[in-house]
Design a protein around this ligand. Sequence first.
Ligand code: GDP
Length: 464
Amino acid sequence: LSATIRQHPIEVIKQLMRNGVMANVNEVIDFETAAKLTADFGIEAKPQPVRSAAQKKKRPDQEYLKHLPLRPPVVTIMGHVDHGKTRLLDAIRQTHVMESEAGGITQHIGAYQVEVKGQKITFLDTPGHEAFTAMRARGARATDITILVVAADDGIMPQTLEAIDHARAAEVPIIVAVNKIDKPGANPDRVKQQLADQGLVIEEWGGDTIAVGTSAKDGIGIDELLENILLVAEIEDLHADPGASATGVVIEAEMDKNRGAMTTVLIQNGTLKVGDIVVVGNVFGKIKAMFNDQNKQIRKAEPSTPAAILGLPAVPNVGDTLTVATNERQARLQISERAEKKTATVTLSSLHEQIASGSVKELNIILKTDVQGSIEPIRTSLEKLTTEKLSVHIIHAGTGNVTENDVMLAIASSGLVIGFSTGIETGAQRLADAEKIDIRQYDIIYNLVEEVDKALKGLLEPEI
Ligand code: GDP
């Protein structure tokens, strides 16, 4: 209905609520209700004969999912340094988590859950797009929704732009928290304008970006922010099967002096139980004990729940995936199978072949330049190279040296990095070498564009 009347689903749900209908995004509403709703938007509805089942498009995977229970959304907070990410995470935790009785000290295990109106939300504790993309680079998609924190007295800054691009590359919806509205110099309207310049047009201006004014310091807007997370979660329609064999992703891992390897996993599907044999990255072990975000011992963990597990012989990497094996032999088999499954990276010299074989349909480019003024001409010239077989996307552009973050984004998006009159940080080069990410450097726009063009056509001279 929302698509037909060209209104954002959130607007439709809100209007239904105003009319006293508590509907979710998948609700079937009758003609009367729909007609009243469209009338509220100035559109007259007429009944149409029902189409036969055969005429309806079938989406088998979604059909299957629809019968499974909803799972809590997993949220990551991103934004520029000092805009209040950590304080916001603390404010949410303080107001919505029941602290454990013993002195109110809750151990941080890398994520925590809050309950809002009887529904759970999981927050990842490590703020920032760096952690987010590092996980994606390892193949893990842990986040459902991003909260972009922008300080109202400072506005959009370079890392805000980076965060937007990283969230977009992952196709994760963004909710904006315009923070520090308590400060005398706060100018939320300026932030909203800057967001609109980035294509994030807020709802009150006719767009579909939700922005909430917050003060992490005074606890203002926190409830509204949480309610909007639930709203977006509903639209995202997040299901999981608690009855399945558990899968998860490592969000924190460390060596505990007394207990050994402590690994926090976020359960993505299924239910993890004490006694399960799990394969995590390239190690496996039997789960001896599990703890929740309240440091309480638990026997099982369901989808979207963070759980600290004991029983692995070594500390795995953040972003490693967890699966359950029926026995040790199968666990070993899983590890060897995983080692073989490495996705091919995109390089300029192999590009033509990859296009021809159909393995690459998009060329994702991370562009770094010395000055802001170079970005637009290069972006325009590169995007013009788009053909029927391959579309060229600049998924992130910024000034300064090529950083580790840029390479991470290239890994996560199967892209390559182009530097224009700029250097490469040592760590970035090391990571690129290890992960076989192509970093190309140019000083003349013409050469840059010509080389990419040649690569697309398979005319590039082989590298010596
Ligand atoms: P992060 O780097 O994004 O994690 O930022 P922090 O959460 O560490 O906050 C940076 C500084 O801004 C700290 O001194 C916070 O106390 C302060 N701060 C955070 N949120 C607010 C807010 O809503 N109002 C005010 N006045 N200060 C805030």
